[in-house]
Design a protein around this ligand. Structure first.
Ligand code: IVH
Length: 679
């Protein structure tokens, strides 16, 4: 028994340590498989020796039997809210009130500053070092007992580790879901055809308020502490930042972005800095929180109504807002992909006025069931295109008979731009117009892409102008651009003679662009800027790229079967070949130098070294065969050598190959390789 007690203690210590490193420090040290093995062993021991089970055992994190209802709990100290500020003027007013309350001068106040985490406030009650109760904020005075659920959150310590553990400690903080866990959860829900959550906050709330804590256990919630409530049996340090250090020391997760700042200038600088990293954080934040750092000063300032005078939430512009869908249009892109777009009642979100939001594709609209007239949540974060994240079903306009006023969205069966039939391939999310470049929308988008800054960079050739050129019937393909005349352009709407001249000049200046830009400008599906560069460097000339078969394309390290197939399909298309021919006549691009013209074949990209005398092949014949199969023959052995072909009387090259652990083969194996056999 003593042996088991000892083993249980050791297992708990190792699992707790692994949890701490993984969930709090974000620096895992134990592989998942090992972690699972330890946890199973502990569970097994606790099953066999129930007297060894304890409430703080990591086995308690998997959830317990469902509750009938949540029990209400009163908070030892109320959980208050924060006053909000939206401008530097309001921040300055806050600092002034603080200084007046404390009788201090300009810039004299030290603040603890931290991110305002966008989750749910909870309170954790530790009695003699053990997690005794966890509760939601509720109305600030009475919340709900969600202890079983909070036990499943791996970042929350079940037991305090410190030299002097207080008799009672309430830790306050925010439960949230990391963005990657939220995406993962929604992906799973989507795969099962279930409802998705609109944002990480809702996902965290939905997960925490489960009566069945086993569901919560599967949801991966995170936690960050930002303060304390009731404390008995110890003296707190004298500043908020020192309290946070103490909590971190006891293995509570605290936001790594917390700092100390002085005066309004310090607060504003922090707000800017935090704002600049906001989109790259692993979780959503909606502002910065400023707290007078000195706890005695906090006491002096006290509270007004339900918010402290010593703290302030400085909010970033909301990234989500409510608005109404006025129409759903379908836009046709460069590759014919049809994107449903919600036309919205203008709304200020993420710092700009948004009137359109993407609905991505048919499945997304159906899943969210977005209809005309619906009130929707629109999200615009950073530079990302605004999107509709969800519908408020209770606000849907209904008929007198209580059925929805508007029918569900259907993808049109004909292209809205050219009337051609549309097609959705098995396994693809996108519905596409089948008309290729004969569709004016695709033509326009292809031209806009061709002229783009990262492609041929034709200055001044924007959307509006492309539209006019296509509508006039002057330009159908990129090659037509190089045939435009200044007089012709000058006749266009809002086109003065001078700007016509500028445009012709810009088109001329784009002749002879490097091959990589040109390949990207062609707008081949799956060929982005980087792939275009890789292709240009590898093949050196457009002619070589156009002639490349699948094996030759796959010899480019960055190219896979999907990309290779797309490139081949593009160059097989007679229309595309004709346009490229015309672009060649216009000298639109300049070939580069091929980096060692690679030949396709079973040895493509391989380097071989010959040594000794082969029984049936002269050295020259072997070299010729290898090169014809796409391989390279090198005179010296290095770690980059793929095969060393050894015959009789092989010398030092063989020794070196053996020392490097290279693959050494004989003539028969070489022949098998030349035949494309895999060895
Ligand atoms: S302190 C008496 N610090 O914001 C002050 N709150 O509006 C209590 N929140 O309910 C709150 N991050 O859910 C504080 N670093 C932070 C916070 C934070 C997020 C939330 C919390 C609270 C609400 C107050």
């Amino acid at each position: 028994m003593g042996q088991e007690t000892e083993r249980v203690r050791e297992l708990r210590a190792r699992i707790d340590e692994a949890n701490y490193r993984y969930y709090v420090l974000d620096a895992p040290t134990l592989p998942d498989s090992e972690y699972d093995r330890l946890l199973r062993e502990l569970q097994d021991l606790e099953d066999r020796f129930p007297e060894l089970a304890t409430p703080d055992s990591p086995t308690r994190r998997v959830g317990a039997a469902p509750l009938a209802d949540f029990v209400q709990v009163s908070h030892g100290l109320p959980m208050l809210s924060l006053n909000n500020a939206f401008s530097s003027t309001e921040v300055a007013a806050f600092d002034r009130r603080v200084r007046e309350g404390l009788g201090r001068g300009d810039g004299a106040i030290e603040y603890a500053v931290e991110p305002k985490l966008d989750g749910l406030a909870i309170s954790l009650r530790y009695e003699n070092g053990l997690l005794a109760q966890g509760a939601t904020r509720g109305d600030g005075y009475v919340g709900e007992d969600v202890t079983a659920n909070l036990r499943t959150v791996r970042a929350i310590p079940l037991r305090l580790v410190d030299v002097a553990v207080p008799r009672l400690l309430e830790v306050r903080g925010e439960v949230l879901m990391l963005r990657r866990d939220f995406e993962h959860l929604n992906e799973q829900a989507r795969a099962r055809g279930e409802k998705t959550f609109a944002n990480p906050r809702n996902a965290a709330a939905g997960s925490l308020r489960q009566l069945d804590s086993r569901i919560t256990a599967r949801r991966r919630l995170s936690f960050f502490a930002y303060g304390v409530g009731q404390v008995q049996g110890m003296r707190l340090p004298s500043t908020h930042s020192a309290v946070m250090d103490w909590l971190a020391n006891m293995r509570f997760p605290v936001a790594p972005q917390r700092r100390v700042a002085r005066g309004v200038a310090g607060l504003m600088a922090y707000f800017e800095d935090l704002g600049s990293i906001r989109d790259s954080l692993p979780y959503d934040i909606d502002g910065a929180v400023y707290k007078v750092n000195d706890l005695a000063d906090q006491d002096t300032l006290g509270f007004v109504a339900r918010a402290p005078r010593f703290a302030l939430a400085h909010k970033y512009p909301a990234q989500e807002e409510l608005t109404v869908v006025q129409a759903i249009d379908v836009q046709v892109g460069r590759t014919g992909a049809m994107t449903p777009v919600a036309r919205l009642r203008p709304v200020f979100v993420g710092g700009v006025t948004v009137t359109n939001a993407t609905l991505h594709n048919e499945d997304e609209v159906q899943r969210k069931d977005v209809r005309v007239g619906d009130t929707v949540i629109v999200r615009r974060a950073g530079d990302v295109i605004p999107e509709v994240v969800g519908v408020l079903p209770e606000r849907r306009p209904m008929t007198a008979g209580n059925t929805p006023l508007h029918a569900p969205f259907r993808m049109p069966t004909a292209c809205p731009e050219c009337g051609a039939p549309v097609l959705r391939l098995e396994g693809e999310a996108a519905t596409r117009c089948t008309n290729g470049l004969a569709c004016p929308a695709q033509r326009k988008q292809a031209l806009i892409h061709f002229a783009g800054r990262r492609a041929m960079d034709i200055d001044g050739l924007g959307e509006k102008l492309v539209e006019q050129l296509v509508e006039q019937g002057w330009v159908a393909t990129p090659a037509d651009l190089y045939r435009l005349a200044r007089e012709q352009l000058a006749g266009l709407e809002r086109m003065a003679d001078k700007s016509a001249g500028n445009l012709i000049q810009a088109i001329d200046a784009s002749r002879g662009r490097p091959l990589a830009r040109f390949i990207f400008a062609l707008g081949i599906r799956h060929v982005g800027e980087q792939t275009a560069k890789d292709l240009a460097r590898h093949f050196g000339s457009l002619a070589a790229l156009m002639d490349a078969d699948e094996a030759a394309l796959l010899a480019v390290p960055e190219v896979g079967p999907v990309v290779a197939a797309s490139i081949r399909a593009f160059f097989r298309e007679p229309h595309n070949r004709a346009v490229i021919h015309a672009l060649g006549e216009a000298s639109a691009w300049q070939d580069g130098e091929a980096r060692a013209a690679p030949v396709a074949g079973p040895l493509a990209g391989k380097t071989l070294v010959l040594t000794g005398t082969l029984p049936g092949l002269s050295r020259a014949a072997a070299k010729g065969l290898i090169e014809a199969a796409g391989g390279k023959v090198s005179g010296s052995v290095s770690k980059n050598t793929d095969y060393v072909v050894a015959g009789s009387e092989a010398g030092s090259k063989l020794d070196k190959a053996q020392a490097l652990g290279l693959r050494i083969i004989e003539e028969a194996t070489l022949k098998a390789l030349l035949n494309g056999e895999v060895i």
